[in-house]
Design a protein around this ligand. Structure first.
Ligand code: AMP
Length: 289
């Protein structure tokens, strides 16, 4: 390990803000024979993100965490402006998880004036989230491809919390021969089942009390599908449960093949995926069958 790159465990990871400094850091790691894992995030870090960082450290010598609230994956009416940002708090949390570097690009670096490229994913990106957020995966694939080219990791860690996103990233890496391995990480939850999310901070106390119903309903749907109930019926029952609990609306509850996100067949690995609005907050979750 090069002396200039060493860090004391528990110290906040080194922040890097320019591509030149990032490349220099990565070159230093490579010349020491170190492998690199990237954990892309939008910050406002919680224990789910930190679990990804700890997983990254089991895969590679160095963990780079990127923090960038990517404007291209938000529609104009969405929550880009109020999305929580807490760089100092994030860096303190990352120290506890053993992250080595924090990559903090700004929008002038990510999308300079003449920027005009967009990666369009089909296949796994069709339906589900895309039916409600048609701009979303194009923004995600484009920023993730940039992050891969910037950091050049051996591994990149993504949460199953965003299950369709994980499938879209795997598809992109496969289709474009990107030279890294994608690692999926299980969802970290509150004790009552609510999946940790930066957006949970938007919930009022009353909404927070209702929120775990989303997970409970899709677990019930998974059990019904597993025992042979028709997927449409099991999904409809879950949507009804979510609506009755006080969610404002249900974007979707879908029961799909876990590998392809195509139709589910009993006996095959499946996934129940859902998105619903609790007041003005959109929550997503998924569980395996
Ligand atoms: P975000 O900052 O929300 O864009 O998420 C960054 C990464 O953390 C993505 O790969 C997410 O899937 C993952 N992630 C978010 N919430 C959780 C969670 N509760 N458990 C595990 N991974 C998560």
């Amino acid at each position: 390990m090069a002396a200039s790159l060493s860090r004391t465990p528990g110290n906040a990871p080194k922040p890097i803000r320019t591509l030149k400094a990032l490349r220099q850091t990565i070159r230093g790691c490579r010349s020491d024979g170190e492998t690199i894992a990237l954990v892309p995030t939008m910050g406002a870090l919680h224990d789910g993100h930190l679990a990804l960082v700890r997983l990254a450290k089991t895969k590679a010598d160095r963990a780079v965490v990127s923090i960038y609230v990517n404007p291209k994956q938000f529609a104009p009416h969405e929550d880009f402006g109020r999305y929580p940002r807490d760089e100092a708090g994030d860096r303190a949390k990352l120290a506890t998880a053993g992250a080595d570097f924090v990559w903090l690009p700004d929008t002038a670096l990510m999308y300079p004036d003449a920027f005009a490229t967009r990666i369009v994913a089909e296949g796994a990106a069709l339906g589900l989230e895309t039916d409600f957020r048609p701009h979303f995966f194009g923004g995600v694939t484009t920023v993730v491809a940039k992050l891969f080219n910037q950091v050049t990791p051996d591994f990149a860690i993504f949460g199953e919390k965003d299950f369709q996103q994980l499938a879209v990233i795997r598809q992109m890496v496969r289709d474009l021969d990107m030279p890294l391995s994608i690692v999926g990480a299980p969802t970290t939850r509150e004790r009552d089942g609510l999946a940790l999310s930066s957006r949970n901070a938007y919930l009022s106390a009353a909404e927070r009390a209702i929120a775990p119903t989303l997970n409970r309903a899709i677990r019930e749907a998974a059990a019904r599908a597993k025992s042979g109930q028709r997927p449409d019926g099991a999904a409809a029952a879950a949507a009804a449960t979510i609506g009755a609990a006080g969610f404002a609306s249900v974007d979707y509850v879908a029961i799909r093949d876990a590998a392809t996100l195509g139709p589910y067949a009993t006996g095959r690995p499946g996934r129940v995926l859902a998105a619903a609005w609790l007041g003005k907050t959109r929550l997503i979750d998924n569980v395996k069958i």
